[in-house]
Design a protein around this ligand. Sequence first.
Ligand SMILES: NC(=O)C1=CN([C@@H]2O[C@H](COP(=O)(O)OP(=O)(O)OC[C@H]3O[C@@H](n4cnc5c(N)ncnc54)[C@H](OP(=O)(O)O)[C@@H]3O)[C@@H](O)[C@H]2O)C=CC1
Ligand SMILES: O=CC(=O)O
Length: 283
Amino acid sequence: MEVGFLGLGIMGKAMALNLLRNGFRVTVWNRTLSKCKELVEQGAYVGETPASVINKCKYTIAMLSDPSAALSVVFDKDGVLEQICSGKGYIDMSTVDADTSSKISEAITEKGGYFLEAPVSGSKKPAEDGQLVILAAGEKALYEEMIPAFNVLGKKSFFLGQVGNGAKMKLVVNMIMGCMMSALSEGLSLADRSGLNEQTLLDVLDLGGIANPMFKLKGPAMIQSNYPPAFPLKHQQKDMRLALALGDENAVSMPVAAAANEAFKKARSMGLGDLDFSAVHEV
Ligand SMILES: NC(=O)C1=CN([C@@H]2O[C@H](COP(=O)(O)OP(=O)(O)OC[C@H]3O[C@@H](n4cnc5c(N)ncnc54)[C@H](OP(=O)(O)O)[C@@H]3O)[C@@H](O)[C@H]2O)C=CC1
Ligand SMILES: O=CC(=O)O
């Protein structure tokens, strides 16, 4: 199977490499072209623009930072819309809001193309290991055609119905994750300042009902103030912001998420946006 891949950041690079390793023919594009080099060494082709990737490939996946990047790659000059046409599928796996996804879907469908949103749960390591959880919505036929690729990228795919449902599910999940990370950060600080051992706190948490892989993975590094970026904090704050907007639209009161968002905003203002989201511990 041949696929195009737009966006080779932390996630996109790992996902495209996985597809290559599993026998897919992959044509990549990244705004900063130098990031394509490692993929080319592993057998990928390079497209000069998003439009040229779409022209070459029947299916193209995008993994971009945020709504403005996702829109720009589709609507700007040399973008996806210039070449999308009947028989071609566009799969946006970036985390964006439902409105952004719907705008992209409408534009692609108008040109005769197929659209699927398919944001993922799981970070750098699950992306490297093909263990993502895929939250797809949109064109069911395209979802079914993408199953071979999703089986390589993820451990489980959900088809959630109409466009927007994948985006919303992803935002709800990440809103919960951001709240949990904020709570862990406060707990570690409270333990430390009140004379307790932080590692002992992690050991206690790991044996009880709120044990989870994220605390276990990130906790020990947080104690060392070590935040190598797997999921950049600026993206977690974007997800909190978009989840809160979804709460506004639906009149859902979210005081815990609002407080956590303030902590992530503060962390960004302290220049921590490119570190892992666990750097909210510094706030
Ligand atoms: N990291 C993680 O653990 C996870 C991330 N996600 C989501 O996946 C998406 C990608 O995340 P991640 O890989 O970590 O992010 P990175 O910041 O590592 O990569 C972002 C990518 O978007 C590109 N980009 C940014 N702005 C533009 C633009 N205006 N036009 C074109 N390309 C642009 C970047 O290009 P360039 O290299 O030129 O800057 C890069 O390829 C985000 O939506 C994130 O929320 C979802 C699950 C887990
Ligand atoms: O979006 C981030 C993740 O870990 O999932």
